[in-house]
Design a binder for this molecule. Structure first.
Ligand code: ZN
Ligand code: ZN
Length: 244
């Protein structure tokens, strides 16, 4: 996507059988970062070439196979360093190959050892363009969200989707922790914040606060002065698709 208002351009490349949204962020000079190269490294490298982008950094939101499985291959091809997620996700990064095998795939991805883990409040930089790092556990314990406030654009991995939220039925996943991450870390960034989720179409925090059956304000009570008022439970009757 090329948007005159953005300090960088970006393309979304869906990869792996899970159609995971890998994003390539390109600064005006061509220096680039790739977020969540989950697999199909050749497709990612070709997309970068078409953009005339030189991948120098690999940023990971979390350690799941479809987000991190292609990171080592992209690193070998480009020399980029792998940064993130939070170290609490190391156990996921160590079982990517085994996890793919459980889904019946071989050679789909590799275990990953980041050059650096991230903490809440860290700052990433691409040619002077700053990105804030927020620790947002729940889907996985070491999940991070990467935010560019200038462009009002967030890369949220599997924390939040258009119309859904991340699964929490994996080891060390926790539903209430995920809801807290969304309401306490994401919503304060503003309703006009657009986001690229790990799967599916983009949306805005404002739209999800209106319509998301899991985390709409009517469900969570977020932003209401009277915290004791009853909240609706839409999620018991509606079961939108939830991704890996
Ligand atoms: Zn995913
Ligand atoms: Zn995931």
């Amino acid at each position: 996507m090329t948007d005159a208002a953005l300090p960088f351009s970006f393309e979304i490349v869906p990869v792996t059988p899970f159609q995971q949204n890998c994003s390539i962020l390109r600064a005006p000079s061509g220096r680039a970062a790739v977020i969540d190269p989950g697999g199909e490294p050749d497709r990612i490298l070709t997309a970068a070439e078409v953009m005339d982008a030189r991948i120098e950094q690999i940023w990971l939101t979390h350690g799941h196979l479809d987000h991190a499985g292609g990171a080592e291959a992209v690193k070998r091809a480009t020399g980029a360093s792998i940064i993130g997620p939070h170290r609490e996700d190391a156990f996921w990064l160590d079982q990517i190959e085994q996890h793919w095998a459980q889904f019946g795939f071989r050679d789909m991805g590799e275990d990953c050892t980041p050059d650096r883990f991230l903490d809440d409040g860290d700052r990433l930089e691409l040619e002077g363009i700053a990105f804030d790092v927020l620790h947002a556990p729940g889907h996985t314990p070491g999940h991070v969200v990467i935010v560019n406030k200038e462009a009002k654009l967030a890369f949220v991995g599997d924390v939040l989707f258009a119309g859904s939220i991340g699964r929490t039925d994996f080891p060390r996943g926790d539903h209430q922790t995920l809801i807290n991450s969304i309401t306490q870390k994401l919503w304060p960034l503003g309703e006009d914040m657009r986001f690229v989720p790990g799967h599916g179409p983009m949306s805005t925090f404002g739209r999800e606060r209106q319509t998301n059956p899991f985390v709409a304000d009517a469900v969570t009570g977020y932003g209401r002065a009277d915290k004791d008022a009853p909240t609706f439970s839409m999620s018991t009757s509606i079961r939108p698709k939830r991704w890996m």
